[in-house]
Design a protein around this ligand. Sequence first.
Ligand code: SF4
Ligand code: SF4
Length: 60
Amino acid sequence: MERKININRYKCACCGACIAVCNFNANEIINTFLEIKDKNCTLCFSCIKACPFRAIELEE
Ligand code: SF4
Ligand code: SF4
């Protein structure tokens, strides 16, 4: 299965910290939910480290 990152919607507070650190324009807030655009994501993991709520996880 392809590796990708996944947002835990119960933990995400829509603070925008992950958007600020993503250099690939791969995450955005849509209708109050954080969404990852898989085609843009390079799995650099910056957002995983930056999320204060540990809402971003690597899915394998
Ligand atoms: S940094 Fe974490 S809590 Fe903030 S918007 Fe991103 S996923 Fe949600
Ligand atoms: S892993 Fe990197 S490229 Fe993917 S959404 Fe997070 S910060 Fe952006």
